[in-house]
Design a protein around this ligand. Structure first.
Ligand code: SF4
Length: 281
């Protein structure tokens, strides 16, 4: 069997931890048949190339990962993401202007072979066929770990039978998104469905969460704060995500960047946001 060393520009919660994972330069005794540099974030691409150059003395190097266009095939659990994460489909039929998913994976969903895991990272699981969604939930029902939908579920596609399936899981958390103002109406509908099912409940753990994109060109602190507060009022725990443009640079001035950084940190901190939720009760 080929020995493949996987090199990562940075360590995240999702990075595998086995003996063939590396983060920096090759060690003196590193040997491999192949080296794969896996890049999760576009802003790490330059660093990934530098790593690839360094590791080319050990073995032939390939650069891949979500930040590149080279992660389109079947998903292998534990290879580039820690055991527990799973991806059962790629692509999204929507064409959100700020998102690269549909540019990279297309607007026709590709359903993959379903591999076991308890943290689902699909780009848009609810856009898959009913049959695929049903089979993903069957796989999730047999997991021993609490289930997370970190990839996010699209509120506009949430149906009653999805909620029924969610109720059969040992659910840890699920994420929706409030990126632009047109997301509000579907989010309100999803909030009612999840409240009726008891998944959103003022006295229970914050299972329903929501990524809120902030700081994009037509956004302002006032508008972002309104979206974040609306999210709170609907019973979702908001998680601010700062917009990065295609060059992955901040579009404004430095003082503004510092202000946005502070604002994002405050609204992405579960302890601070949890405190804001308590005040609403
Ligand atoms: S719905 Fe989500 S995954 Fe699909 S294009 Fe919009 S942001 Fe991207």
């Amino acid at each position: 069997m080929k020995k493949i060393i996987r090199v990562f520009p940075r360590r995240t919660n999702a990075t595998p931890t086995d003996e063939n994972v590396r983060f920096g330069d090759p060690g003196l005794f590193d040997t491999a048949d192949e080296v794969h540099v896996s890049v999760a974030f576009s802003w790490d691409l330059r660093n990934a190339q530098a790593l690839a150059d360094l590791w080319s003395i050990v073995a032939p190097v390939k650069i891949g990962g979500p930040a590149t266009n080279k992660c389109k095939g079947e998903f292998t659990p534990g290879m580039y993401l820690k055991k527990g994460y799973t991806i059962t489909s790629r692509g999204c039929p929507n064409r959100c202007w700020f998102c690269n998913v549909w540019k990279k994976f297309g607007t026709v969903i590709t359903e993959l072979i379903i591999k076991d895991g308890w943290n689902v990272l699909d780009d848009n699981l609810l856009a898959c066929s009913d049959n695929h969604i049903g089979n993903v939930f069957k796989m999730l029902q047999r997991q021993k770990h609490p289930i997370a939908f970190t990839g996010g579920l699209e509120a506009a596609r949430l149906k009653d039978w999805h909620v029924d399936l969610l109720l059969k899981l040992n659910l840890d958390r699920l994420y929706f998104a409030y990126d632009t103002p047109d997301d509000l109406a579907p989010l309100m509908r999803a909030s009612i469905m999840l409240q009726d099912a008891g998944i959103i409940h003022p006295n229970k753990k914050h299972k329903a969460r929501c990524f809120v994109l902030i700081g994009y060109p037509t956004d302002s602190f006032e508008k972002a704060e309104i979206r974040l507060n609306q999210t709170l009022e609907l019973g979702f725990m908001p998680m601010a995500m700062f917009y990065r443009n295609h060059e992955y640079n901040f579009r404004g001035s430095w003082p503004d960047k510092r202000k946005w950084n502070r604002f994002t940190t405050e609204w992405a901190n579960p302890i601070i946001v949890g405190g804001k939720m308590k005040q609403l009760k």
